[in-house]
Design a protein. Structure first.
Length: 452
């Protein structure tokens, strides 16, 4: 018996037609077989019982049609069954994205305490006029100038003071002459005391005159010294090195004794006065390192100099005085007195599980990582995050819950993935550096929800 396939079925068979089309063709074929069987004189019951059957004349065409269609129906049944098995077989998923991976590492992270506070001057120096009634003849500095100790800041008019100095010198010379004359007379009285040439009263007067002349001489010397000191005070001198922060002096103004002419920041030295609660104050010690964030994100290095001995009764906070040592980055903005700046205290280091920051995806307020499975698919895993730090390999985040050490997670491209996606790994896993170079967040983490 020769099996022929109708030409209209060949393209479908070659193209591996979908299962629905094969079932439709099978249904049509079986319908043809049923029609042929109905028209024939075959009796199914007799055939099943094995009784002989004679065919009527003219049955050869029907038998030939039946013999041709039946194998074709069987062939289509086999194709349908093979298509069903093929549909049930798993199909390899096409990778959704090419990604790189990293591993969760156990590293040492700095333990920090976040605080806020004011930037203030370490100490301020007030420069005042020590003499009054004199006119300001010249001003040498302005606000913002950096001065050295002993530098001339302002010059007061010295004409009247110089005249007083000249008068004091003349009075000193007069007192000196009087003292010399009184000394000569006293020496003569002492020489004639035993000869009774002078009375005791006269001798006593001469000796007293000598003492009075010496006293007037000393007074004249003191008067000259006073005038010389006034002359010296006509020059307003910087008491210490630092930066001029205010200038109240005006050229030509007559100053009053003790009036403030300048205010300066001693040694250009600043401090950060952090505000902490009583519980937080107990965690900070003198000498601890601190980092203060300047406007623009730059970091300044600081060291704790002193802890406040009291806590404010109203706000319930105490002050920690931190000396500012200088900027950590060259591009860090300057800190100025009066600024309110955030910062953190470095209290030590503790071990922690960390993962690269780019591997953490935040969705609906929760943090997730995509864990790579052996079959090339990723599993979205919810994690709890903690501290953050900058390392040589980049920023890392502490994993409090949800992942274990050496877990393989997607780093780059994680933000485009969904749970169950198939991925292609472009580069081998890179572990983050073990030693952080700078803390970047508080030790009081706002942890996410528990692991999914």
């Amino acid at each position: 018996m020769h099996l022929s396939v109708p030409p209209f079925l060949l393209p479908r068979l070659r193209a591996r037609a979908p299962l629905a089309r094969l079932k439709e063709a099978l249904h049509k074929t079986m319908h043809v077989i049923a029609s042929a069987a109905k028209q024939s004189t075959l009796v199914g019951a007799s055939s099943l019982c094995g009784s002989p059957r004679r065919y009527a004349p003219g049955d050869d065409g029907l038998m030939q049609t039946f013999a041709t269609v039946l194998p074709l129906g069987l062939l289509l049944c086999a194709l349908a069954l093979s298509g069903a098995h093929a549909a049930d077989a798993p199909v390899a998923a096409k990778p959704a994205l090419t990604v790189s991976t990293t591993r969760v590492q156990k590293t040492m992270l700095p333990l920090t305490l976040v605080a806020n506070g004011n930037v203030a001057a370490w100490q301020e120096a007030s420069v005042s006029a020590e003499v009054g009634g004199l006119r300001i003849a010249d001003l040498m500095v302005n606000v913002g100038d950096v001065v050295q100790a002993g530098q001339l800041l302002a010059q007061l008019s010295a004409d009247s003071v110089q005249a007083d100095v000249a008068l004091a010198r003349a009075q000193l010379a007069e007192a000196q002459a009087a003292a010399n004359d009184a000394g000569i007379n006293a020496d003569r009285a002492r020489a004639l005391q035993n000869d009774s040439a002078l009375s005791a009263q006269q001798i006593s007067q001469m000796l007293s005159a000598e003492q009075m002349a010496k006293a007037r001489l000393e007074a004249a010397k003191a008067g000259l010294d006073s005038q010389l000191l006034r002359l010296k005070h006509t020059q307003v001198i910087a008491p210490d090195s630092g930066t001029i922060i205010t200038r109240n002096a005006a050229l030509g103004a007559v100053v009053a004794p003790g009036s403030e002419l300048f205010r300066m920041l001693r040694r250009s030295r600043l401090e950060w006065r952090a505000e902490l609660t009583a519980h937080e104050l107990a965690r900070v010690v003198v000498g601890a390192n601190a980092r203060i964030t300047a406007p623009g994100g730059g970091q300044w290095q600081g060291k704790v100099r002193m802890l406040s001995p009291t806590v404010d009764a109203q706000s319930r906070v105490g002050l920690v005085y931190v000396d500012l040592m200088g900027p950590v980055d060259r591009n860090a903005a300057s800190l100025k007195p009066g600024m309110y700046a955030p910062g953190e205290f470095v209290l030590g280091q503790t071990p922690a599980l960390t993962v690269a920051q780019q591997a953490v995806v935040v969705r609906d307020g929760f943090s997730y990582c995509f864990r790579l499975q052996n079959d090339g698919r990723v599993t979205q895993t919810r994690i709890s995050t903690g501290r953050r730090a900058n390392t040589a390999a980049g920023p890392v985040i502490e994993v409090l819950d949800g992942l274990e050490a050496d877990a393989l997670v997607v780093s780059s491209g994680a933000g485009f993935l969904r749970d169950g996606d198939s991925v292609k790994v472009a580069t081998p896993a890179v572990a983050p550096a073990a030693a952080p170079t700078a803390p970047a967040s508080a030790a009081r983490p706002a942890a996410s929800a528990a692991s999914k």
